[in-house]
Design a protein around this ligand. Sequence first.
Ligand SMILES: [Zn+2]
Length: 138
Amino acid sequence: MTGLPLPQIDERSRPYWDGLAQGRLLFQHCESCGHNWLPARDACPACLAPNPSWQPSGGTGRVVSWVVYHTAYHDALKDRRPYDVTLVELDEGPRLLTNIVDSRAGAALRIGARVVLAIEQEGETALARFRLAESKRP
Ligand SMILES: [Zn+2]
């Protein structure tokens, strides 16, 4: 069985991946202007101040937009079709591309839907996925 391609983890992004492995979603925060963002960068994308800090997210946010993939562009995704790729905005501001685990391949999604963090393990890697806040857990 083919696994998903692994993320390219470097010194800049390692705190993000280590945080997920420990059950926390971290984002970067600018001490100069207060901007929050993902993915990891060396400088603030708003004011270019260096040395951002890492802050833990409360793990809640909303759906901004999504697409549904019916074509697998990697063998590891063949058995998962169709699946959503969703843009989530955390309540703290950062946006990330993710999957909504109970989206029924996007059918259950709507713009603005509240979501909560649902970290899932893919092989050795913990991924930040989300589930719909209003959905019932099985
Ligand atoms: Zn800044």
